[in-house]
Write a new protein. Structure first.
Length: 145
């Protein structure tokens, strides 16, 4: 896929994830982590349901498989636990300027490694260098705090 086809949407996604992490940080001292995660997930579920209804009303086919549903449920388990743990970390006083890059950078690193090892995706030298820089960045952020 050409960069111009996916980059704007990827950057918009990054903006949404930045808001996600920023608002978790702001709300972490205002409510218990489990409640924060539930509120977040309910809002996300409503948004997803509205999007699904929109697609249905447009007549788009919504085919799915049991395997796809199971894998999505595992992703939901991962994000649900990540949300609770993020609330806990921020509630304990971890600055967003440290926690968010470590969490997101670590996620990027581990996802890339899983893609390479488990899915047998290729990894260029430049991409491997980028992952190494993420490791260095995480180490510097963790060391400075």
């Amino acid at each position: 896929m050409e960069t111009s086809a996916w980059l704007p949407l990827a950057l918009l996604t990054a903006l949404c994830l930045a808001g996600y992490n920023f608002f978790i940080k702001l709300s972490a001292d205002e409510l218990p982590p489990a409640l924060g995660a539930v509120v977040l997930q309910v809002v996300a579920a409503v948004l997803g349901a509205l999007w699904l209804l929109k697609l249905r009303w447009q007549g788009q086919p919504l085919g799915f498989s049991g395997k796809g549903v199971g894998l999505a449920a595992l992703a939901g388990l991962g994000v649900g636990l990540a949300e609770i743990l993020t609330f806990v970390l921020f509630r304990r006083g971890l600055p967003a300027s440290v926690g968010t890059p470590v969490i997101v950078g670590g996620s990027v690193l581990l996802s890339a490694l899983l893609g390479w090892v488990v899915l047998r995706e290729s990894l260029s030298l430049a991409q491997a260098g980028g992952l190494l820089l993420i490791v260095v960045g995480i180490a510097l952020l963790a060391r400075g705090h």
